[in-house]
Design a protein around this ligand. Structure first.
Ligand SMILES: [Zn+2]
Ligand SMILES: [Zn+2]
Length: 117
């Protein structure tokens, strides 16, 4: 059995497993397919994130505010979570958006961070 990790932010609440599946672009009429990551959220402080299946480190995601939280693909309000941005080798900033409702993920170019250079 895989043990349930404790929340990395508040450290008090065992995380709740989220079921994130690809529900779009189903080929051949097959049912929803689980995403390759394990997704978790904290019912205490609202932390949300994922880890690679099994024992990988937990990677935090954030819930964006406003229209950014709504999935462009399935229209689910507040369905999106966003990764920390990272800088590619060519200097471009990217982040990663995942809809927890339909399982669609998408890399985006980040234009200017608040307070960043
Ligand atoms: Zn927590
Ligand atoms: Zn969606």
């Amino acid at each position: 059995m895989t043990s349930t990790p404790a929340c990395p932010r508040c450290g008090q609440t065992p995380l709740t497993a989220l079921r994130v599946e690809y529900t779009r672009n189903r080929w051949g009429g097959s049912g929803p397919t689980p995403r390759p990551e394990e997704w978790w959220e904290c019912s205490g402080c609202g932390w949300v994130g994922y880890r690679d299946t099994g024992t990988g480190p937990l990677t935090p995601m954030r819930r964006p505010e406003g229209g950014e939280a709504d999935c462009f693909f399935c229209g689910e309000e507040g369905g999106n979570v966003v990764s920390e941005p990272w800088r590619r080798e060519d200097g471009e900033l990217r982040d990663w958006v995942v809809c927890l409702s339909c399982g669609t993920s998408n890399q985006r170019r980040v234009r200017g961070l608040p307070g960043g250079g």
